[in-house]
Ligand binder design. Sequence first.
Ligand SMILES: [Zn+2]
Length: 324
Amino acid sequence: MELPAFKRHRRLRGNEAMRGLVRETELSVKHLVFPLFIEAGLHGRQPIRSMPGQDRLGVDALGAEAKSLAELKVPAVLLFGLPATKDELGSGAYARDGIVQESIARLKDANPELLVIGDVCLCEYTSHGHCGPLLPDGSVDNDAALPLLAETAVSLAEAGCDIIAPSDMMDGRVGVIRRALDSAGFTGSPILSYAAKFSSAFYGPFRDAADSAPAFGDRRGYQMDPANRRMALDEVATDLAEGADMVMVKPALPYLDVLRQVRDRVDVPVAAYNVRGEYSMLMAAIQNGWLDEPRAIDEALTSIRRAGADIVITYHAKQWAARQ
Ligand SMILES: [Zn+2]
């Protein structure tokens, strides 16, 4: 009996060499960024309970951390600071001796090749936990935040930060930061803007990692509504028009459709941030034996690359690199 001439897709899946030959998406450590939480006054490392395998670091732990990143060939870190004191204006964010500013030299001393990305926002440094100064009605004063964000960006560049990454979602901030960097002589410092940053439940649990949960209200007045995809494209277009060199979508896994559309729409490098909640969710299932560690993590990270991310910011970076 003659079979119909159907296409045999399985011809290209028979063994690993064949699968490797036709694989469309590669995951490489070269594209990974590892986020670091650096806490003022902490000595050594403090495990983050809800993020198994992740620690907050004291400044004294950064040399060893930078060396371990070099051994693993992880090329870049994204820095978040947990300051000793906070105030209404978030002045710790732009203090010349701020926690992140001081940390950059420690990292670079131990690993001069390491690319340092500085998160630019005020929420970790404000007493109220919002991303800018407040108006009397309790909402964030967009235009009053801009010069403070610009000052933060310049102070990070002065401290040796390689890439400036504004995450605040204030309107106009990329342009203001670009002009401030240029007039301070940092014309060569690229901006990676958190262009499409959604107001996400996956940033939790904040308290464990960076003490930046707002004291009241939430960030829905400035971060994006999870339901909006077209609006994300508009945010990206605005940041590029203001001078962003690269754009980010955050979070990653619940927003792969947005990531793909941004990738198709723009020609600059696109980053995706695989956030705390995405990490915790996967690690909880792995620790319970419900998911297989190497395969689940590989698949999650590959999906982010396949959706169009050039750069993947992920807490899995070191674990993944250690297995290669
Ligand atoms: Zn913020």
